[in-house]
Design a protein around this ligand. Structure first.
Ligand SMILES: C[S@@+](CC[C@H](N)C(=O)[O-])C[C@H]1O[C@@H](n2cnc3c(N)ncnc32)[C@H](O)[C@@H]1O
Length: 305
């Protein structure tokens, strides 16, 4: 827990577990995240190893953890592939990752070699990530060009600057100004797995703040959730069966594609693609057992004028 009284995101750990479980097993050549497992603590690796070995454990709690990681792996594979490919197609020199969690792109995408990366996240989650990075490996290249940064694995990006921001209370623009982001240069914005955890007003305020720093040639890659009775029921069931992962991080806003497109258009961002994770999974030939979650999750790309 940090001084704001909030603990680090547990859903960030779950999606990292999903990526670790899928690494090397799902759609080789399109999906890979060998860094994910290195950010996990020993007990968090247990269900990952079980999923990788397809050996479900006994006991309801352990089995619920196993099923959560297995289901999550199915969701994060198409989501990661779609986002990685969108980012490779839009290397602008500045990448801001909003609600970065345990995102590993700055450590694994060689295409970011000339890109400055800002990882924006809630201070509690960011502190936790920095501790995990320090535990993952000794540094042989600093992650923050201005300071010693924490020890950690080498980055593939030009640099990574950690920028703590609580979207509910802090001024994103001021934080990015202080962290050296240049609003006059094009920026690729990534907003993955965060929108549902924000209220509609917080989503609007974040879009307004990023749009104000969106020079021509910029793009936003956003993953969001549409309303779905089945997907909501799945989250409720996981909680009833003993998973406490999602209980502290309720969904606060779900968006239909036309609603999100209209919001982005108000701020000068034009949606150029918007696909369900289900369509992406079909195109990859990856599993679709968690159809409701895959159908309600989407990845959209919007371009700045
Ligand atoms: C499900 S995780 C997604 C992490 C990462 N983007 C990924 O897809 O692996 C949700 C992330 O949103 C962040 N988040 C949620 N509410 C936030 C807020 N009010 N301010 C800043 N970050 C927030 C959490 O700290 C966490 O890192």
């Amino acid at each position: 827990m940090n001084e704001s009284g909030r603990t680090a995101s547990r859903t960030a750990v779950l999606v990292c577990q999903g990526r670790a479980a899928a690494d090397g097993r799902a759609v080789p050549g399109r999906f890979a995240d060998p860094m994910a497992v290195r950010l996990l603590r020993a007990p968090e690796r247990v269900p990952v190893d079980e999923v990788r070995a397809s050996t479900p454990p006994d006991g309801m709690r352990a089995r619920t953890a196993y099923e959560s990681v297995r289901a999550c792996a199915e969701v994060v594979v198409p989501r990661t592939v779609a986002i990685d490919e969108a980012l490779r197609a839009r290397v602008t020199g500045q990448l801001v990752i909003l609600g970065a969690g345990l995102d590993t792109r700055a450590w694994r995408l060689p295409e970011l070699a000339g890109t400055d990366v800002w990882e924006v996240d809630h201070p509690a989650s960011q502190e936790d990530k920095r501790a995990r990075l320090a535990a993952a490996a000794p540094a042989d290249r600093t992650v923050d060009e201005d300071g010693p940064g924490p020890a950690g694995p080498p980055v593939t990006a030009r640099f990574v600057r950690f920028t703590p921001v609580d979207f509910a209370v802090d001024d994103l623009g001021a934080a990015l100004d202080a962290a050296g982001h240049d609003p006059a240069r094009p920026t690729t914005w990534l907003w993955e797995g965060v929108v549902p955890y924000l209220t509609r007003d917080e989503v609007r305020a974040t879009v307004a703040a990023l749009a104000a720093r969106t020079a021509p040639g910029s793009a936003l890659v956003v993953n969001y959730q549409t309303p779905s009775v089945k997907a909501a029921a799945g989250r409720l069931l996981a909680r009833v069966l003993g998973s406490s992962v999602t209980s502290g991080e309720p969904w606060r806003s779900l968006w239909r594609p036309e609603q999100l497109a209209a919001l982005l258009a108000e701020y000068g961002l034009r949606v150029v693609s918007d696909d369900t994770l289900l369509a992406l999974a079909h195109s990859l030939g990856s599993p679709t057992r968690v159809r409701a979650s895959l159908r309600s999750g989407r990845v959209a790309v919007a371009e700045g004028h």
